[in-house]
Design a protein around this ligand. Structure first.
Ligand SMILES: Nc1ncnc2c1ncn2[C@@H]1O[C@H](COP(=O)(O)OP(=O)(O)OP(=O)(O)O)[C@@H](O)[C@H]1O
Ligand SMILES: [Mg+2]
Length: 317
């Protein structure tokens, strides 16, 4: 079978929920267009309620779109062939707690139509991959949150699907578990899989993703390669640490900077643009103060993600 141009493609994907007895309409996802290439890792960022889970549920066929189109691996959603290529880790998986880890994976494999011997070999492989080999006979009832998350990953990968959708895969994992999850996602990419995942942990998204889609109240507000999203303003802003800048110098620096924070004997100044930096340096020289450091400010995804007005305020010390 030839590789489709898009692993996931949506056009104006929309979900409107009706709430309460009066049927108030709530748009959870608004006209989202996705075009995800095979083999990409795409991170979905967005605050609580932004619509990430609803999009994933529409892609997996668990929630019916109100309007719009979805194609998975080149086939329209709803056709039999479109369902099988997706492995899905739900956000809050409710698993059969009376089954052992091994029994649960066998059950999932059977649902995917896997033969007994293929399933047995895959279960061994996956339990090893997610670090649950030792507890394979233990019932899920006795599993911790992080262990349930790991078994959830294993079930998503049972039939080696080309497209893996992970709704908050890092949730509930300790730092070691998070590192293992990052390695696992990169391993999936190395194996040629397409991975979509949501997270609130911006550095994880920045580290793992080829592309990022940012959602605010159901709409995509930014999408693109991590590098392209970060690049446009890179090096436009600089942070200068200055020592020995007294009252007169401060008076002249103040109008040239966008932010000024006092830290003991130092002043930290944020300056926009090369020419302003030159002016601040002139003031430092004539005030006989000392430049301790000058750092270009790299824009982070966090800055893009946290809307203006929600920034933490720095209190001068
Ligand atoms: N079954 C439902 N019925 C009514 N409203 C729903 C339903 N599912 C989700 N919503 C609403 O849709 C919006 C988007 O929810 P969704 O779960 O997709 O957000 P999310 O980005 O995954 O958030 P989180 O980061 O908290 O997981 C929210 O306002 C939510 O209340
Ligand atoms: Mg969610």
């Amino acid at each position: 079978m030839s590789t489709p141009a898009w692993a996931v493609r949506t056009e104006a994907l929309t979900k409107v929920f009706r709430l309460g007895v009066r049927g108030r309409r709530m748009t959870a996802v608004h006209r989202v267009d996705l075009a995800i290439e095979p083999g990409e890792i795409v991170g979905f960022l967005g605050a609580n309620g932004a619509g990430k889970t609803t999009i994933f549920k529409m892609l997996t066929g668990l929630v019916a779109p109100t309007s719009g189109e979805v194609w998975i691996m080149g086939r329209a959603l709803g056709t039999r062939a479109s369902a099988s290529p997706i492995g899905f880790l739900p956000e809050s998986g409710c698993y059969h707690e009376f089954l052992s880890a091994e029994e649960f994976l066998r059950f999932t494999g059977t649902l995917c139509g896997m033969s007994g011997s293929r399933c047995a070999a895959r279960i061994d492989e996956l339990l090893e991959l997610v670090g649950l080999t030792e507890v394979r006979q233990i019932r899920l009832r006795a599993f911790s949150k992080g262990m349930l998350q790991r078994i959830g990953i294993a079930q998503a990968l049972i039939n080696d699907p080309p497209l893996v959708i992970l709704d908050e895969p890092m949730s509930g994992l300790d730092p070691i578990g998070r590192k293992q999850m990052r390695e696992l996602i990169l391993g999936l990419k190395a194996a040629g899989k397409t991975v979509l995942f949501s997270s609130h942990i911006v550095p994880d998204v920045e580290l793992l993703c080829d592309r990022v889609t940012m959602l605010v109240q159901g709409s995509v507000v930014a999408t693109g390669r991590v590098h392209d999203l970060l690049h446009p303003r890179a090096h436009e802003s600089f942070e200068l640490v200055i020592e020995g800048l007294h009252e007169d110098g401060l008076f002249h620096v103040q109008p040239l900077v966008s932010r000024l924070v006092h830290r003991g004997h130092h002043v930290m100044a944020t300056v926009q643009g090369d020419s302003q930096v030159e002016r601040v340096l002139d003031v430092i020289r004539s005030a006989k103060a000392r430049l301790v450091s000058l750092m270009p400010q790299q824009r982070s995804l966090e800055e893009l993600f946290v809307p203006v007005g929600h920034e933490s305020v720095e209190v001068p010390r």
